[in-house]
Design a binder for this molecule. Sequence first.
Ligand code: WTA
Length: 648
Amino acid sequence: MQDKIYDVSPEWSRRALLDDAGYRAKYEASVKDPDAFWAEEAKRIHWFKQPTRIKNTNFGPGTVAIRWFEDGTTNVAYNCVDRHLDTRGDQVAIIWEGDDPSESKSITYRELHDEVCRMANVMRNRGVERGDRVTIYMPMIPEAAYAMLACARLGAVHSVVFGGFSPDSLAGRIEDAQSKFVITADEGLRGGRKVPLKVNVDAALDRIGSKLVDHVLVVRRTGAAVNMEPGRDVYYDEAAAMVSGDCPVEEMNAEDPLFILYTSGSTGKPKGVMHTTGGYLVYTSLTHQYVFDYHDGDVYWCTADVGWVTGHSYLLYGPLANGATTLMFEGVPTYPSISRFWEVIDKHNVSIFYTAPTAIRSLMQAGEDPVKKTSRRSLRILGSVGEPINPEAWEWYYRVVGDGRCPIVDTWWQTETGGILITPLPGATKLKPGSATRPFFGVKPQVVDADGKVLEGKAEGNLVIADSWPGQMRTVYGDHERFVQTYFSTYPGKYFTGDGCRRDEDGYYWITGRVDDVLNVSGHRMGTAEVESALVAHPKVSEAAVVGYPHDIKGQGIYAYVTLMAGEEPSEELRKELVAWVRREIGPIASPDLIQFAPGLPKTRSGKIMRRILRKIAEDEAGNLGDTSTLADPTVVDDLVTNRQNKR
Ligand code: WTA
């Protein structure tokens, strides 16, 4: 079948920062002489001391060490706020749109400076210093941005934990980061419903037990009465009223940590992905400008939560480094009506809109009317991130949301990569629905087979990146060995992404999804091992195996096979109890969609669960199980096939 191709429109060739020849020239330069290329691009940010050493990276085998701009000094908050005061102090930095459409506000760069300084002073007065880890567990309110930037200003390392995570998940992350300072809100507000953030923090801190956390800063969002622990908890507004709106910036080395962000892998507990200062800022700023063809005057809206990497790199740091106006939305796409996204676009004249395929697929179900009744004339560019976008959703996004006028940038990247690695550029790249297209400057993707052989031309295999780029993660917090093992041991000397991919005859990349035991549920990463360990923690569960299956809206759904303890009987009630249990243990995003009670799991004679078989059954491909001769007890498969659960 011939892929559908959308050419760059004449209007776009005229207005864009780069055309195709421009892209090719810049890409060639970037991979031919990375030192020269990145020395030049580094000038886009302000350095207190200019870097003279540009790239110093080693993917092993042996030592893995990644350093960029290592003798330069700078400060991320200075670049995102202070630097703009002279030229755009009165320009809006953040448009905040509340959960309820009657609530919104605009924060100028000057106001942002004042707010960030206050937050930083409040933290500093309570002992936060350079290098300290600060956990941020917040709803989508401007204070979340102030808190992140305040950490950057002081040189403290933030660890943002998504507000949908459970007290247990939060506790694990606070402990792993050894963070003594927590910033939260009384409650969050999403889709008219309250999220008990402070209650969750209290529960998490009870669980941690020790005296690890000295201070909890509580932003009042709903005004709910919450428990305030004397000596530990303080309301932000009260503390902020007592400090000044000026606070010096810390001069940071390019390789000083900026943040830790926990993300799921195929095994074990979530890893603390660590990003540093200089390279991350240069990379997010550069990608934000070119991928979204950002020009002064644009209103840019990324719908991601600050709890995910997209919220770090493309809601906050990239756009603010570029002096952009970035929109932060507290709510959900369907509240109070299914037209909410499009209404927000009209209300604030959004020109660049960046969201996830899962949102598109769910809104698509309601048909075109809720979209068509809005104008969307301000839109110029649409973006997609987080999971593969199926061609049907792409076409709908393009045709209905963008009225066929707006290029779609399907951006492939990961928490680990810090910024976008494979993507179209709006004025340069012909689009093929479902393809992330071509590498960004400085990025060297390769397709390899299972043995690591590099495949040329048209090929399908696993996606690796052959050399470093400035936005890359530097280590797993507190466990460099795990970093090396996870990303550099499968294909020694190369960064292994965990994704499968295909490259077509035009050199376009098509990401086919994870090849490891990581699920992507509505664009959220989830380790099968995490869900399994939550399930077996239930007293009635003896064993559990979790796999993904295709889900129309979520992309992937969570399918759990559960073996009960002897004497326990399967029931609908127990099924519900187990779903609620996992929600409580990890958070709602980890809720199993389907649970199948299984008397036995397919295992090899050495006792290893054969996930391949479980995946096939969950995908309803039982006719295609492959070789089952190594099973210890082949009869368990018949029972599994017979009792397969159907998609809801
Ligand atoms: C998947 C999100 C296809 C991929 C920024 C990757 C995508 C994982 C795309 C990282 C895309 C992200 N097309 N797949 N445009 N973007 N992915 O760490 O499997 O939350 O490995 O980072 O999402 O998810 P993460």
